[in-house]
Design a binder for this molecule. Structure first.
Ligand SMILES: NC(=O)c1ccc[n+]([C@@H]2O[C@H](COP(=O)([O-])OP(=O)(O)OC[C@H]3O[C@@H](n4cnc5c(N)ncnc54)[C@H](O)[C@@H]3O)[C@@H](O)[C@H]2O)c1
Length: 437
């Protein structure tokens, strides 16, 4: 029996399985906790508050029952986790995927806390998800799932409390339903309750491509610092969705070559560089890169062996394993996805001199423009796309410079550098607010 009253650290193996904060093997939550462990030696006296980072503030699990089109009743598991609210309301996407778990949502919410602090947005971190395969639902079923989930988590979200956004398999339409459901339940249109909405409903120009745009700005700045030419650089991308496709478009427009692309349907390769506009049109029509005529098909595992200068993981977490890290030819990894690199692979890439631009800065473009959307909604005054892109570029470039200098000064990786900057801000806020009561 556990010692009642004793503090339990999630990273301690003393109480396996007893606490929901104890990570199961190879889970993203375990990856996040390992990243936190690495930052502790660099945060001085603030380490006193470090346990805050290892414990989500609030985790809500909800049952989402809906009536299917055929009259049957189906139940889905839904989650909303608010990892930390010290610096402001919760902010983070909602993922629809059959493999979503509480631990995954905990990890994603924690990375949002770090990301928002790393780029100095006035937000805490949150994330949500439903364990569902949306591809198996009709449009109306998807709407019912979304509305019921929104109603269930309505007790903890709101424009000043926690603001969801799109993530894997969710989009502007899902955000429109969420906004409408919340507004119906509260009796007033609340555009600021979600971001990533359609432009008609208080969405922001530039939001759809914002994450890919941020990946491009991060890559451009990193390559400038590393003295790697963007023009002619060979780029491999895993994931060609909301994030991967716009990033590919911007890199190709700057003269880089997209030599390999992998998605859930297949892996394609063209050492001369692909026509990104044609590939985007193909994916829009067929739902996958599979069958694209402008490249040859290669095996899924061969993707990791391709000759490349830059790798952009833009799909799911845990993709860059130790074995793949050993073989990678890339000089730069731009983490467009959340948590794509496992900690052992991080060490291998560091030893091999590969620069890893961590997710918490590299894919922050989405939440930065979400922040712009939220601000615009409150003032009901909307900015031009040029202004949005200019401000996005400035925030990412500034944040990356600060993180890069911190990492160089402390002789640590860019990831740990980003965590040092972010966790310093989070724990300072925690300390200044003080513990309630
Ligand atoms: N959408 C955003 O604004 C945003 C912001 C920050 C971070 N992210 C992260 O970026 C990543 C991608 O998100 P998205 O919004 O582009 O999702 P998406 O659903 O639009 O695209 C996901 C892509 O990954 C591919 N994919 C899925 N499973 C795969 C597999 N097993 N192997 C190879 N490819 C696979 C899909 O085919 C698709 O091309 C996620 O990690 C997400 O958390 C997204």
């Amino acid at each position: 029996m556990a010692d009642i009253g004793q503090p339990i650290s999630p990273s301690s193996p003393t109480f396996p399985g007893l606490s929901y904060v104890h990570p199961s093997p190879t889970s993203p939550w375990g990856t996040y906790l390992a990243q936190v462990d690495r930052v502790l030696p660099y945060i001085g006296a603030q380490a006193r508050w470090a346990e805050t980072l290892r414990r989500p503030k609030r985790a809500l699990i909800v049952d989402v029952p809906i009536e299917l089109d055929n009259g049957e009743i189906a139940h889905f598991e839904g989650y909303r986790v608010q990892h930390n609210l010290s610096r402001g309301p919760g902010k983070g996407g909602v993922r629809y995927h059959p493999h979503v778990t509480l631990e995954e949502v905990m990890a994603l919410s924690a990375w949002m806390t770090v990301k928002n602090a790393a780029v100095n947005l006035p937000y805490g971190g949150a994330k949500g998800g439903i364990r569902v395969d949306p591809k198996k639902l009709s449009f109306k079923e998807l709407e019912r799932v979304t509305r019921r989930y929104t109603s269930e988590i309505g007790i903890i979200i709101g424009p000043h409390r926690d603001i969801p956004a799109p993530d894997v398999n969710t989009n502007a339409q899902v955000m429109a339903w969420m906004m409408d459901t919340y507004s119906m339940n509260t009796g007033a249109t609340a555009t600021g309750v979600v971001t990533g909405k359609p432009i008609n409903l208080g969405g922001s120009l530039g939001r759809v491509k914002a994450t890919g745009h941020g990946v491009f700005v991060t890559g451009r700045e990193a390559m400038r610092r590393l003295k790697i030419k963007l023009e002619g650089a060979r780029i491999a991308i895993q994931g060609f969705g909301n994030v991967g496709a716009p990033a590919a478009e911007l890199f190709a427009a700057s003269g880089a070559k997209i030599v390999a692309v992998q998605d859930h349907g297949g892996t394609i390769y063209n050492p001369g560089g692909m026509d990104v506009a044609a590939l985007t049109a193909h994916v829009q029509q067929f739902g996958s890169v599979a069958g694209f005529m402008g490249a040859e098909v290669i095996g899924a595992e061969d993707f990791w062996n391709v000759q490349m200068d830059v790798l952009i993981p833009a799909a799911l977490e845990g993709q860059i394993t130790a074995a793949r890290a050993e073989r990678l030819t890339a000089k730069v990894v731009l983490e467009a996805a959340n948590g794509p690199t496992v900690p052992e692979a991080d060490d291998i890439l560091a030893q091999r001199g590969v620069a890893v631009l961590p997710d918490v800065i590299c894919n922050a473009g989405g939440v930065i423009v979400s922040y712009f959307e939220w601000v615009q909604d409150f003032s009901s005054f909307f900015w031009s796309e040029d202004e949005i892109n200019m401000r996005l570029d400035k925030i990412i470039t500034g944040a990356l410079g600060h993180i890069w200098d911190t990492a160089e000064r402390l002789k640590i990786s860019l990831r740990t550098g980003a965590f040092v900057v972010a966790c310093g801000r989070i724990l300072t806020a925690r300390e200044e607010r003080g513990l309630y009561p």
